[in-house]
Design a protein around this ligand. Structure first.
Ligand code: C2E
Ligand code: MG
Ligand code: MG
Length: 587
């Protein structure tokens, strides 16, 4: 506002005149500039302002950083100098329609830097209007999201692919399988699912190391891809397990593919100085003959693969009806097992072990039983299922806890103390931290570790380093280690020296023939003298007859376990048995 005086002819002030100008518009423009400047200062966001003809009026510094164009180079030009062919023309049409209709547009578009490199930007376009509502400027603000997109894509890739081989993973395979099923359900074509498991891959990993193991898996993946058509999917399910989806294949084609896969995989593998051979076991399941849905197809191919493994490996098997029965039974068992611990359906029997010379009780082996729907299920039926579904860990831990509880109860009731053997599955050894978990269970019950013996199978020793590490922990804690079913596995005898083992249990299959079959007798007495030389105790298991007992005793075997002495007994029956034994041996 301006104020000035009014004068009369004599020069005297007669009044004051006020003159006011409306400056709201100017203020607004200043404000806008100030705001614009704030926006322009943002270092990561490119800004360009154009007139209504879309000619660039100005850009900020970030624009130059992001696009490579200086202000001088772009002023007066159109934003289309940034255009890349990666953005479809329709997108620009939609964009301007929206800007004209609602005044703003936001979205992703591909542009090009001055050096030609395409980049993905998140762009928002705003219109600036004057008082009368007429558009005067467009302001485009954008950030470079190429990196964000790349990392998104990487995350997506990792979620759907196996990192080592680059093959699709289980999730992507399942998607493809579902799609294929939806397609063939209409077209009445058939498809095949092929499960592939490398035989004895663990041995490669253990002897040649994980780096070589990984190389082998990569080579195997390439060979698999070579054996199938482009439309088929090869995926890695994990470890040494692969699966192939054969789109539109009948049994004959599937057979040919399986044969090709077997021979491709069994050709020799070369790594630096090593040459190595490995075979595979393959199971096939066909839609619609063998299964009606994706889950069943996968399950059936898996069962067929196990059948191939059981039949000597390096072979393929189709799914068959008897396998169907087996796999439904397995599934029912698995479902039942999952509930069994919570429902308290497991219980233990104790089978005595005696000193062969003086018939005194030296201990017992705890053997698990499962009371399911009023029927007792034997471990030979459910342990393999529990091992495959990893429920074995929970079962073994329950058994150990229950044995500890029982020892405390027996000790409190004055029963003579004996050592109890507990079976721990080889599968369980694959779990990291299993030794610590087992030790914690024993400690919790306050049982002296010397009262317990852990029975493991030779298979555990195959994973050399892991076995050494875990056994060392268990032995340092005070537990004894026994090798169960000795002689049926693959461990070489010299191997044994390298582990802290206290006891060998001669497998029942040798004990069976020890008094009648000269081979069994030779093996039996070899095991006994080996164990004695290495300072280990020997237990013969499955002793049923007096002449077996005599033979074992004569060969120097320390202890025996078997129906000849006692069957596995319920806890109270075992306690009675033990009391009677101790009394009679004292008298
Ligand atoms: P194993 O550890 O070798 O146990 C010995 C098996 O031989 C027991 O069968 C026992 O009842 C049986 N047996 C004992 N003496 C004789 C005999 O004189 N003649 C005959 N024919 N058999 C005899 P069971 O209880 O059916 O157990 C079978 C297998 O199941 C066990 O073999 C063991 O590998 C596994 N198992 C049992 N309990 C457990 C457990 O708590 N945890 C784990 N992980 N495995 C277990
Ligand atoms: Mg055992
Ligand atoms: Mg045994």
């Amino acid at each position: 506002m301006v104020r000035f005086p009014l004068f009369d002819d004599d020069g005297a002030i007669t009044g004051t005149c006020f003159q006011a100008t409306n400056i709201t518009a100017r203020k607004r423009a200043e404000e806008r500039l100030r705001l614009a400047a704030m926006v322009f200062d943002r270092p990561s966001e490119g800004v360009m302002v154009t007139d209504t003809e879309q000619r660039i009026l100005t850009v900020n510094d970030a624009f130059t950083t992001l696009t490579g164009f200086t202000r001088q180079e772009v002023v007066g030009k159109k934003p289309s100098i940034l255009r890349s062919e990666k953005t479809p023309a329709e997108l620009y049409v939609d964009m301007w329609n929206k800007v004209n209709r609602v005044g703003v547009w936001q979205g992703e578009i591909w542009n090009r830097r001055k050096n030609g490199e395409p980049f993905l930007e998140w762009l928002s376009i705003n219109t600036v209007k004057d008082k009368s509502g007429k558009v005067v400027n467009y302001v485009g603000m954008f950030s470079d999201i190429t990196k964000v997109r790349e990392s998104q894509q990487r995350i997506e890739y990792l979620a759907t692919h196996d990192e080592l081989t680059g093959l699709p993973n289980r999730a992507l395979f399942n998607d493809r399988l579902h799609l294929a099923l939806a397609r063939v359900e209409r077209s009445r074509e058939s498809i095949g699912v092929v499960f592939i498991d490398l035989d004895n891959f663990k041995v490669v990993n253990d002897t040649l190391g994980h780096v070589t193991g990984d190389k082998l898996l990569k080579q195997a993946a390439l060979r698999l891809l070579d054996c199938v058509r482009a439309e088929d999917t090869v995926a890695r399910l994990g470890g040494d397990e692969f699966v192939v989806l054969l789109e539109t294949a009948d049994r004959r084609e599937a057979t040919l593919t399986a044969e090709r896969l077997l021979s491709a995989l069994s050709a020799s593998y070369h790594f630096d100085e090593h040459e190595c051979f490995i075979s595979a076991s393959i199971g096939l399941s066909m839609f619609p003959e063998d299964a009606a849905d994706a889950n069943a197809l996968m399950r059936n191919a898996d069962s067929a693969m196990y059948r191939a493994k059981d039949h000597g490996k390096n072979a393929f098997r189709f799914f068959t009806a008897d396998l169907a029965l087996q796999s439904t039974r397995r599934l029912a068992l698995e479902t039942g097992l999952r509930r069994a611990i919570d429902n308290g359906e497991f219980f233990l029997h104790y089978q005595p072990q005696i000193n062969l010379e003086n018939h005194q009780a030296v201990g017992a082996e705890a053997l698990v039983r499962w009371q399911a729907n009023g029927e007792v299920v034997e471990p030979v039926v459910f342990i393999p299922v529990a091992e495959q579904s990893n429920l074995i860990v929970a079962i073994d831990e329950w058994v150990l806890g229950e044995v500890c509880r029982q020892i405390v109860e027996w000790d409190n009731s004055g029963l003579p103390p004996v050592r109890i053997s507990v079976n721990i599955s080889a599968r369980h050894f694959r779990k990291e931290g299993m030794a610590a978990d087992l030790m914690q269970i024993v400690s919790q019950h306050g049982v002296s570790p010397q009262r317990l013996c852990i029975e493991i199978t030779e298979g555990v020793l195959m994973d050399f380093e892991r076995a050494q590490r875990m056994l060392a922990e268990l032995v340092a804690f005070g537990l004894m280690i026994s090798i169960d079913d000795f002689g049926t596995g693959f461990s070489s005898l010299s191997y044994l020296k390298r582990f802290p083992i206290h006891e060998l249990k001669i497998a029942r299959s040798f004990v069976d023939g020890i008094s009648t079959n000269s081979d069994d007798r030779a093996i039996g007495s070899a095991i006994i003298s080996l164990a004695r030389h290495l300072g280990m105790r020997v237990v013969a298991e499955g002793v049923e007859m007096a002449d077996q007992h005599a033979e074992l005793d004569a060969s120097g075997c320390h202890n025996g376990q078997g129906y000849l002495y006692a069957r596995p007994l319920a806890p109270d029956v075992f306690a009675e048995w033990l009391r009677a034994r101790t009394l009679s041996s004292l008298s």
